[in-house]
Design a protein around this ligand. Structure first.
Ligand SMILES: Cc1cc2nc3c(=O)[nH]c(=O)nc-3n(C[C@H](O)[C@H](O)[C@H](O)COP(=O)(O)OP(=O)(O)OC[C@H]3O[C@@H](n4cnc5c(N)ncnc54)[C@H](O)[C@@H]3O)c2cc1C
Length: 537
């Protein structure tokens, strides 16, 4: 592509979209190369199109992990957005910043108060246009509209919240406010009944400046290096290889693809690269290491009252809600799959919640490997209460499987590989059952279907979550920032140590995984990353 670009961003995902918008706002010329196509698709825009995007290779990298001993040898399915907006164009739209202390952890890991709680809270306030209005935590008037899931909440949310309170987890009106703990309703990245991806909120408006060139279906194959300086990238577009150059290259391909691009460029664990016949430019064993992710499990109940299954499964129901959405932009298709949520501690001695809850007035059987990849509502009134851990101690890693840039890396997720993670999940599923056993919910439940009442002992519960759990789609930290060069890839300014003119700005740069969903911190990274980059410190 012609032109003198100040910056070349690889990937128009959550972080990349925000970063491009901020750099352009500062007068910089930016080239964005995105492997996927446009996000202007019906099922991307319609919030409950989520189910249609989940396995769709037209918008999804659709990765499989290696067989995982922690999952009784199964391979997990890892969707990632391959479309403008990245994973924010296919995600479940829950807006969670994480626990305030997560940013104390970022400050400690990076040695910089720039990534600490004060500065990140101020940044979130500047980012948000929160429908609930501004307060000491929420922001209003920023580029990202956030709506509450409260209006309209599904009728089953109320008994769920009452049951949580009866189980000892009171209502929290704002998980992003003064405290995170409690049961409540998530805020969502939805605006006017349409998904509010990072592309819609940041990239597309910023393109009106004329300073951003976006090339879609352009997959970057490697970083071009002159010695230890990045000068541009090579990418495939319309069946041919091209080169693009810029003052600085910033990788924002996400936590799986960014480390892969680094490795393909000769930056990574030396022996691994040499084993694939790739010349080693910088032996950096931290690339692809420290893979952090949240692991989740759903408990499914058959109900005595109608749930969303009753309307979403039959053809006439689909037609009805479809018509309603098309005519009014409202109804069940205009909301997230997650109708309620929560954060709790499995041990009162802990100083912050270590578990997250998802309440869905809907149920589906997650297909395992070899089964038909489709998310279909169960043929009965069902609902799910799900759980995921906040800060697991299990760590996976990524391995370059081939020098072919179009072949996927090997994902060694390595979940439930520590006693800590197993014990914590065991305590959590027991608490989940306690919620379902409280009068407001119990009165509406016909039976627990998955795992079912026959699963009772600790060994059975553990075996169940090893066989049925899966990622909740938050891989992070695979090219992380840190003050310690021996255990990180990037400095606190997102620079790849040892290489000039190359940065990383996406979830792979997280110093630690936060206790919550990862779209908000990925957007934060783009927002604050731009400040670091522009400061040229
Ligand atoms: C199914 C699903 C549900 C989720 N639900 C939620 C939720 O409800 N709430 C929440 O907070 N988080 C959720 N997440 C997680 C969240 O969306 C991600 O953590 C976040 O979007 C990651 O941002 P990122 O910028 O790191 O990467 P991404 O947004 O994934 O962006 C990376 C971009 O880079 C592009 N790219 C990759 N490689 C190349 C290459 N070689 N050349 C060019 N372009 C490339 C990709 O196509 C993609 O567009 C979910 C994720 C998934 C997959």
């Amino acid at each position: 592509m012609d032109g003198d670009f100040d910056f070349l961003i690889v990937g128009a995902g959550s972080s990349g979209s925000v970063l491009a918008s901020r750099l352009a706002a500062a007068g910089k010329r930016v080239l964005v190369l995105e492997a996927g196509g446009s996000e202007r698709r019906f099922y991307v825009e319609m919030p409950l199109g989520y189910g249609k995007l989940f396995y769709d290779p037209a918008v999804n990298w659709a990765y499989r992990t290696e067989p995982d001993p922690g999952l009784n040898g199964q391979r997990d399915y890892w969707p990632r957005g391959k479309v403008v907006g990245g994973s924010s164009s296919i995600n479940a739209m829950v807006w969670i910043r994480g626990h305030a202390s997560d940013y104390d952890d970022w400050q400690a890991a990076t040695g910089s108060s720039f990534w600490g709680r004060e500065n990140t809270t101020a940044a979130y306030r500047a980012i948000e246009d929160n429908a609930d209005g501004a307060d000491a935590f929420r922001g209003q008037g920023g580029p990202l509209h956030i709506r509450s899931g409260r209006e309209p909440a599904h009728p089953l949310v109320r008994p769920y919240l009452e049951a949580c309170a009866a189980a000892g987890l009171p209502v929290n009106a704002d998980f992003n406010g003064a405290t995170q703990e409690g049961a409540g309703i998530y805020q969502l990245t939805i605006k006017g009944g349409r998904r509010n991806s990072a592309a819609r909120a940041f990239l597309r408006p910023a393109m009106k400046t004329g300073r951003i060139a976006l090339r879609t279906k352009a997959q970057v194959t490697r970083v071009l290096l002159q010695g230890l300086r990045a000068t541009g990238v090579e990418y495939r577009w319309k069946g041919a290889l091209h080169r693009a150059r810029a003052g600085e290259v910033i990788l924002a391909g996400g936590a799986i693809n960014t480390p892969q691009i680094l490795m393909l460029s000769g930056i990574g664990p030396g022996a691994m690269l040499a084993g694939q016949g790739i010349g080693v430019v910088l032996d950096q064993p931290q690339v692809g290491a420290h893979l952090n992710d949240h692991q989740g499990i759903n408990y499914t109940y058959r109900m005595t009252v109608p749930t969303m299954n009753d309307i979403l499964r039959p053809w006439w129901g689909k037609a009805l809600v479809g018509m309603r959405y098309l005519l009014t932009g409202g109804g069940p298709l205009s909301v997230s799959i997650n109708h309620g949520g929560g954060f709790f501690r499995t041990d009162p001695g802990l100083d912050r919640p270590n578990m997250q809850l998802y309440f869905q007035a809907f149920s589906t059987l997650m297909p395992r490997e070899g089964e038909r990849p489709i998310l279909s509502p169960d043929p009965f009134p069902g609902l799910s209460i799900g759980l995921s851990n906040c800060r697991p101690t299990s760590r996976g890693n990524l391995e370059l499987a081939s020098p072919d840039p179009f072949a996927a890396v090997k994902i060694h997720a390595n979940v439930f590989s520590t006693d800590h993670d197993v014990a914590e999940m065991l305590a959590a599923v027991k608490f989940l059952r306690r919620i379902a056993d409280q009068a407001p919910m119990k009165a509406l439940i016909a039976e627990e279907l998955r795992p079912g009442p026959q699963v009772q002992t600790d060994a059975q519960l553990i075996d169940d979550f090893r066989s049925r759990s899966g990622t909740v789609f938050h891989p992070s930290c695979t090219a992380r920032m840190g003050a310690d060069p021996a255990s990180s890839v990037l400095d606190a300014d997102l620079r790849v140590r040892g290489i000039e003119g190359l940065r990383v700005c996406d979830a792979s740069a997280f110093p630690t995984l936060i206790g919550g969903n990862t779209n908000a911190p990925a957007i934060l990274l783009g927002w604050l990353g731009a400040e670091r980059i522009l400061a040229r410190v």
